[in-house]
Design a protein around this ligand. Structure first.
Ligand SMILES: [Zn+2]
Length: 55
């Protein structure tokens, strides 16, 4: 999965790396980007890097 503004892609929303990003966003009162479910291949084509926590 990716988020529109995220630089990384994750296996799923339960990834600790993703969850940390969510908490930071909430702390800074930032809007959460909508989650999109895509394949790793599609994410790479969009220039996303794989998350080192869940991959
Ligand atoms: Zn991750």
């Amino acid at each position: 999965m990716v988020t529109r503004k995220g630089r990384l892609f994750h296996r799923d929303e339960n990834c600790p790396g993703y969850q940390q990003g969510v908490r930071i966003s909430i702390k800074r009162a930032r809007k959460l980007s909508p989650v999109e479910l895509v394949t790793a291949q599609q994410a790479k084509e969009r220039g996303k890097g794989c998350c080192s926590v869940c991959w």
